[in-house]
Design a protein around this ligand. Structure first.
Ligand code: ADP
Ligand code: MG
Length: 559
């Protein structure tokens, strides 16, 4: 591990900061970190220009933590961030990097929380203050001395702060700090307004600029697939049939999902394993080793568990669940295309996640083209191609070694060589579906297969209507905060609303008020359930039976 952390070790950080970085799992400093850390450590003012997701927080947090004096219980560094969320993020990052520095305290100061405790924490000796400009100015009004001991100031996302109209607040804040302080400004863009702040308030700043945008992702081909949430697993299985991957990492949001998907893949014969935060460290390392040396080909992971994972064999990253933000998307797909190789990143997008797709395209500066779900023909072609590839190299010397045996067997059995070859193929392929009809039966996923987009969605939403024209009715709006769920149990199964209600109340542990309208139709029923905790509830009800039949309640989307 020490060798892998050589990059950070060379940066002259305080040993306790270095230790915390290593504990965090970072292996190499990012480009902005390599350039900015020495400049900030040396005490220079600096203007740093880099896009989101390039690791700017650590670029200033690590050198600043290395330079403060934990023994002095007074504010020494001030970080200004445009929003409460960003301020909290930065404060959390500082806390992480300061884990091994006893006595260092971080306080986040933002609007919407009472001022008293914030001011008290500052006065009680928090060395690091992370604040939004507006709230900080409120504090200055109460106590104009509150920033008088600050020696390091960071303006994080300076362009955003100006866009939000914090210019005047910034001026007030600048005035409240010693002139001798160090000032560091980070911004994705450097419009005129930022340059003039820099001219006025920074002393002889060094410029650090990271040529950005696509640097992390140029070697990676990115595509997305529109899919319904409840068809994800089937879609993954089908995609894997046609993707030619060496090793693949799939990202999901929950620990349970890592287990579910990994075991579904294993059941299909893939060498797959789950990687999540519950898995003990040494077991996790074993999984990664196995992926490296080919004992595993697929790992299904949560973001946390895959942090820092670097396996050159990985040719594919599959975002089975949407990442929470574009940064983690960039991070995830950075698991492939390592060391100058090319990689492929697949993103599964459910209809409600379309907006996130656009955000990702904007942030990465690249189009994430759409692919369709492979149809049965493509699956068949891929299977035959794989079989061809595995057999072709064996043909060359087979006749020499096994030709006589073949003659004898055909004579003994009394069949043609073609018949025998066919029998051997059947054996070799282990009953795998190798005709179109079989593949279609084997993978009854989406009607038509190739239309997984909007068309498919509208087909799905019409499905209840198609089940009987008697049942054609105008859709009723779903109650607020509720999601409509569907079961294939209906009146023809002898089901009444009270049966559904009873089962869901008992097994789901809900109160009556939590359940909205229940509509029982001939061949299916709809139930409105609380949106909050829905996934949880549905998994609780996974094995519930009503009238002896599986309830199989699923979210029902009409969008
Ligand atoms: P920015 O401020 O440039 O948008 P962040 O500082 O928020 O980027 O960092 C983005 C993500 O990258 C965070 O999850 C952070 O923990 C992670 N990160 C930062 N530096 C490294 C590194 N050297 N190695 C691995 N992950 C890193
Ligand atoms: Mg940032």
């Amino acid at each position: 591990m020490t060798q892998e952390n050589g990059g950070f070790a060379a940066l002259d950080l305080h040993p306790n900061v270095l230790a915390a970085v290593i504990a965090t799992g970072y292996e190499e400093p990012s480009a902005i970190q390599i350039q900015a850390i020495p400049v900030i450590l040396a005490g220079h003012d600096m203007i740093g220009q880099a896009q989101t997701g390039t690791g700017k927080t650590a670029a200033f947090a690590l050198p600043i933590l290395s330079r403060i004096d934990p023994a002095k219980r007074q504010p020494q560094a001030l970080i200004l961030a445009p929003t409460r969320e960003l301020a909290l993020q930065v404060a959390t990052a500082f806390e992480t990097y300061a884990k091994q520095m006893p006595g260092v305290n971080v306080i986040a100061v933002y609007g919407g929380a009472p001022m008293g405790p914030q001011l008290k924490a500052i006065r009680n000796g928090a060395q690091i203050v992370v604040a939004t400009p507006g709230r900080l100015v409120d504090h200055l009004r109460r106590d104009e001395k509150v920033l008088s001991t600050i020696q390091h100031l960071v303006l994080d996302e300076a362009d955003e702060m100006l866009k939000l109209g914090f210019m005047d607040d910034l001026e007030v804040i600048f005035k409240a700090m010693p002139e001798s302080r160090q000032t560091v400004l980070f911004s994705a863009t450097l419009p005129h307004s930022i340059r003039s702040i820099a001219e006025k308030h920074l002393r002889d700043p060094k410029h650090v600029r990271i040529e950005t945008k696509t640097q992390t992702v140029t070697a990676i081909e990115q595509v997305h697939l529109m899919v319904h949430a409840d068809q994800k697993q089937a879609a993954v299985l089908r995609l894997l049939e046609v993707e030619e991957f060496d090793a693949l990492i799939g990202f999901v949001r929950t620990k349970q999902a890592t287990l579910d998907l990994a075991s579904a893949l294993e059941a299909k014969g893939y060498k797959a394993a789950a990687l999540n935060g519950d898995i003990a460290q040494n077991q996790r390392e074993r999984v990664i080793e196995s992926l490296k040396d080919g004992r595993l080909d697929i790992v299904i992971a949560t973001d946390v568990a895959a942090r820092g994972l670097d396996v050159p064999r990985i040719t594919h990253v599959m975002n089975v669940d949407m990442p929470y933000d574009p940064e983690s998307y960039v991070h995830r797909i950075g698991r492939t295309g390592r060391a100058g190789r090319t990689g492929r990143a697949l993103l599964l997008v459910t209809p409600r996640e379309r907006r996130m797709l656009q955000v990702i395209e904007r942030v990465t500066g690249q189009k994430v083209g759409e692919v369709k779900l492979p149809d049965a023909q493509q699956v068949l072609d891929a299977r035959i191609k794989k079989l061809t590839n595995s057999l072709a190299p064996l043909v060359a010397d087979a006749e020499a070694s096994h030709g006589e045996l073949l003659d004898r067997l055909t004579a003994d059995i009394g069949c043609s060589p073609r018949a025998l070859a066919a029998a051997l193929l059947r054996k070799a392929t282990n009953g795998q579906a190798l005709t179109l009809a079989e593949v279609e039966r084997d993978q009854p996923l989406v009607p038509g297969g190739s239309s997984s987009g909007p068309r498919e969605r509208s087909e799905r939403s019409e499905r209840p209507d198609r089940e009987g024209s008697r049942e054609r009715r105008a859709p009723v709006p779903v109650g607020e905060g509720r999601a409509r769920c569907r079961t294939a149990l209906g009146a023809r199964d002898g089901i009444a609303a009270k049966n559904l209600l009873g089962a869901i109340l008992n097994e789901g542990g809900l109160v009556r008020e939590a359940i909205g309208r229940i509509q029982v139709r001939e061949s299916f029923s709809l139930v409105e359930l609380p949106e909050e905790g829905l996934e949880n509830l549905l998994s609780k009800l996974k094995d519930t039976r009503v009238g002896g039949k599986p309830l199989k309640l699923r979210r029902y989307r009409e969008d």
